[in-house]
Design a protein around this ligand. Sequence first.
Ligand SMILES: [Zn+2]
Length: 252
Amino acid sequence: MICATPAVVLRTFDFRETSKIAVFFTRDFGKVKGVLKGIRRDPRKFGSSLPVLSLNHIIFYKKRHSEIHLIGQCDLLDDFQIRGDDLESFSYAHFCAELLDVIMPLEDPHPGVFGLVLDFLNAIKKPPQDMRSVFMIKILSLSGFKPHFDACLSCQSRLSGEAFFSLKKGGLLCRKCLAADFSATSVLPGAVASILYMERSSWADCLRLKLMPGVRRQLEEVLHCFLHYHVGRSLKTRPKIHDLLEFLSSKA
Ligand SMILES: [Zn+2]
């Protein structure tokens, strides 16, 4: 079967002598893996050099018995000016690509998540400080992880104000249920309120939000712990981005 779709590049790796395998997140087929035969011998064979998070139009031949399909055509539509010398947007791009790769299943289309990725890309040249957290919250809600940050994991009662994050259980507990995990740590009410606001507000409204530094740190911590709990590992790009943002803010 021949398929055509817009596709964002998540990662690539060399394959055999002259080819590459690319992992795309496509609008119409979800995450797709494909081989670009001969691209290393003749880079002009394809209309894209496959930069991370670039938007391409791909045509691929779907194989029935393999998860690696044959990419016939790959043409660059937009690279969103993500360059290695712009460390901020470059690291945001790698963060977004890794997150998509980790949480989106193969060949399960999700146009809502694809639209979210385009929103992220359209803001990547001047990313608001909390864009990564907003993106994480939106993608976790859309992709079926359904984080329940509005209720206690144990007794389901609504959390208003005080809450404790349980790494062991991957969510929030109320004070009455602390016995379920004595190692749960207190979370600032502002962090819980921000998560709830970001879950229900539009992308544009979320990006206008200005968080206090303490709330921002805790929000990131809670989201990464949640992700770690559900996918079994942390993002490799996370410590690098953290160091980079510290460095950039120390120069500002
Ligand atoms: Zn409870």
